[in-house]
Unconditional design. Structure first.
Length: 493
């Protein structure tokens, strides 16, 4: 195909994304009943602002850190050093339930999709944008209702006490992972957005300090740190794919991850202490542990015969230091053997499965109610417990919701993977015949697969694949691309 004809037919990425959503069983649009409710939501959010039982915390120096483009802001953070040497850490989560009532048209639509789907090409939001990017988003410089988790954290990362309560707060600075991460990692000076808010530089440094303490505590208890490559299509105004942006792990992402894990653990323990049911986020003890032991043996390491998250965490930390280039592929192999996370109901008095990857017994999803239905359900359980009211869901309802959320999350991952492949095929379609450095990522009866390093694109090796092993470096030549189906074919150079 000549370059002229390749440029001539530009597939409609938005149409492909929308159709991929429909094929995966998602509803990409909001119906009339939802739109009608949205119109009344603004008045509802104003009415709720005058509740005398809610703590007034807008004077605290709250800030949010999220993706630069994100407008659906679910969480804000604030830290305060105490005379004892401990740190008082507050995590505020948008009170979405205050605007989205159970069994409303908006709620039913949210339950249908269960999650926002970020395709890079476009975002298919779980909630209407009038809510998720405004009325129920912790947008900068606006008073918003929130559920706050307060943790007293000691210098060794132990969470001594927790409290959960309603508050009105104000996000004083909308910050991004990219800018804050570069600064905290010493790659750039203090950002202007930080300098422009009095006291924010010291605030973020304190947050980083307490986040590191929380992270070290988790690592000591066997939390697993993985490093898979995550790429997102970047599309220009005319709908053309211009690159695949790789998400770089940095200090800002680590900070937020540690705070969100802390808040999720606190929420799970709170619901358990209140004697009610909870929707737990679990990662089961791996059934395919022998495969993980084999993976370790391939690089000359020995893991115990029975699943041990601490031993796995230590092994991964050593490999990351010894071979950072291949670490994403090792991580991917381990991820596949660990199995996916899922939602499971824990009834009062029951012993739950726990989260093997995070090495915690009590874990829920509670920190993204604009984006995940499970978090909105957990928020309702927490609010009922705070008010000493019976749970708004019974065990069977929660089991159905848990199954639905697990299934829809898996479907969302498939949509995102397909759109990454479509974008990658478009990005490479004028480079037929070119050679690339690659790493073999999969060898099975279905075929042999490799990922080129730059851009990070996966494809199938159609010729010369005999004898290739997972993790092996090789050179491949691009044979063909099929953007509509997201197919990329290589041969061994």
């Amino acid at each position: 195909m000549s370059k002229q004809s390749a440029h001539h037919h530009q597939p409609d990425l938005y149409a492909i994304a929308r159709q991929t959503m429909i094929d995966a069983g998602f509803e990409p649009d909001f119906n009339h009943a939802v739109q009608e409710e949205v119109e009344g939501a603004s008045a509802k959010s104003r009415d709720l602002a005058s509740d005398p039982t809610i703590k007034e915390l807008h004077e605290l120096l709250w800030s949010s850190i999220d993706d630069a483009k994100s407008r659906d802001l679910d969480q804000v953070e604030y830290a305060e050093a105490l005379p004892s040497g401990d740190v008082r850490l507050l995590v505020g989560i948008a009170d979405v339930d205050a605007v989205v009532s159970k069994k409303s048209a908006i709620d039913k639509r949210a339950e249908q999709n269960c999650t926002s789907v970020y395709t890079g090409v476009m975002t298919f939001a779980m909630l209407p944008e009038e809510l998720s990017t405004d009325l129920t988003s912790l947008v900068a410089n606006e008073d918003r209702r929130a559920i706050v988790t307060e943790m007293i954290v000691s210098s060794d990362g132990t969470v001594k006490t927790t409290a959960i309560y309603h508050a009105i707060l104000k996000n004083h600075a909308k910050l991004s992972y990219e800018i804050i991460g570069a600064w905290l990692d010493g790659k750039s000076p203090v950002p202007d957005v930080v300098k422009s808010v009095s006291g924010l530089e010291e605030q973020i440094k304190l947050q980083r300090h307490v986040a590191q303490d929380l992270g070290e505590f988790r690592k000591e208890h066997g939390a697993i740190e993985l490093g898979t490559i995550q790429s997102t299509p970047v599309v220009d105004d005319s709908g053309r794919v211009v690159e695949l942006a790789v998400t770089e792990q940095n200090a800002a992402r680590d900070l937020i991850a540690n705070f969100m894990i802390g808040a999720n653990v606190a929420m799970a323990k709170f619901l358990e202490a209140k004697g009610g049911p909870s929707l737990r986020r679990i990662v089961r003890t791996p059934r395919y542990w022998p495969r993980i032991v084999e993976i370790a043996l391939e690089v000359g390491e020995q893991l115990p015969a029975t699943p041990d998250s601490r031993a796995l965490a230590d092994f991964l930390a050593r490999r990351k230091a010894a071979d950072p280039i291949h670490f994403p592929d090792l991580s991917l192999a381990v991820v596949k053997s660990l199995g996916p996370g899922e939602y499971e109901v824990q009834m009062p008095g029951e012993q739950g499965e726990g989260h093997f990857g995070l090495a915690v017994e009590d874990y829920t999803h509670s920190t993204a109610p604009n984006r995940r239905y499970a978090d909105l359900v957990t928020q309702r359980l927490v609010k009922a417990a705070l008010a000493n009211q019976p749970p708004p869901y019974d065990g069977n309802e929660l089991k159905e919701i848990g199954k639905r959320c697990t299934e829809r999350e898996d479907a969302a991952r498939k949509v995102q993977r397909k759109m990454r492949k479509v974008a990658a095929a478009l990005l490479l379609r004028n480079q037929i015949g070119q050679q690339f450095d690659a790493i073999v990522t999969g060898v099975s009866e279905k075929g042999t697969y490799a990922r080129i390093i730059k851009p990070p694109v996966d494809g199938r090796v159609m010729r010369g694949e005999q004898g290739l092993r997972v993790g092996e470096k090789t050179r491949v030549r691009l044979l063909s691309t099929d953007p509509e189906r997201g197919f990329i074919d290589f041969d061994r150079a």
